[in-house]
Design a binder for this molecule. Structure first.
Ligand code: ZN
Length: 263
């Protein structure tokens, strides 16, 4: 079956891209995002293709030929920005529409990456030709270039390094809305709502568990529930049990997001 969509992992091989920093190179971040999306679209039973699945060099001609000949109607080209700025940019063809770019930015913002702009750009000497080869040479395929954030902006870079999967997922959601395809969120990651079954129940309820938990022990724990940092009632019965690292990390992450407003 012909793919509906082809995902393009920008750069690769000898071309590291411009959006590099101490934490990641653009070509690898693009590949991570693209492979994640490729797998997720398959999970959603949406026919999908991809320009590269490894760290190989592709010329502009090779890349765009692949897109043109894929049979796909849409192409999402994944990139990381650089050059002084903050937030995401989505670039569409002068012959395209801002509808998908707007949806993508709404979802990226909801996932924690602020919007910078959406735009089109023409060649300086030809107002009828797109500036970027991914638009100019991909024929009738509706191609958008997604710049997820700026590698040289500290806030964008840390959001990308720690949260690129959520940003990749945001673009999947936007695309499904745009192309009127059924979207299902990924299987939920572990969270404090599902404590590990391996956590032993306290053997002596009177010693920090069960129904005899003293009020002074519960003060801070109750607050964690009120604030939404803890959600499963089980922890209330395990007040002297250590939290596993992943649960502590989630509480810290939720707290940080609450304080910073997700910025
Ligand atoms: Zn790039």
């Amino acid at each position: 079956m012909a793919p509906i969509l082809i995902i393009d992992a920008g750069h690769g091989g000898v071309d590291p891209g411009g959006g590099n920093n101490a934490q990641f190179t653009e070509k690898n971040m693009n590949l991570n995002i693209s492979l994640y999306q490729y797998r997720r679209f398959q999970e959603l039973n949406i026919p999908v293709a991809i320009t590269r699945t490894t760290d190989v060099t592709l010329t502009a001609d090779q890349r765009t030929k692949m897109v043109r000949e894929s049979g796909a109607r849409y192409c999402i080209s994944n990139h990381i920005n650089s050059g002084g700025g903050r937030g995401s940019e989505v670039i569409y063809s002068i012959y395209g529409s801002p509808q998908l770019p707007n949806l993508i930015q709404a979802e990226l913002k909801a996932a924690g990456m602020p919007n910078r702009r959406i735009f089109t750009r023409t060649l300086p000497n030809n107002p009828k030709a797109d500036y970027y080869f991914m638009h100019r040479q991909t024929g009738s395929v509706e191609t958008v270039i997604v710049e997820y954030g700026f590698a040289d902006n500290a806030q964008d870079a840390s959001t990308l390094a720690s949260n690129w999967e959520a940003l990749a997922e945001a673009v999947i959601r936007a695309f499904c809305i745009y192309a009127k395809l059924n979207y299902r969120p990924p299987a939920a990651p572990p969270s404090p709502t599902t404590p590990p079954t391996t956590t032993p129940a306290p053997e002596n309820p009177g010693n920090g568990g069960g129904n005899n938990v003293p009020e002074w022990k519960l003060e801070g724990i109750n607050w964690l529930y009120e604030q939404g940092f803890l959600s499963d009632e089980v922890w209330r019965q395990r007040v002297d049990q250590p939290l596993p690292l992943w649960a502590e990390a989630l509480i810290l992450k939720r707290m940080y997001e609450k304080i910073t407003g997700g910025q």
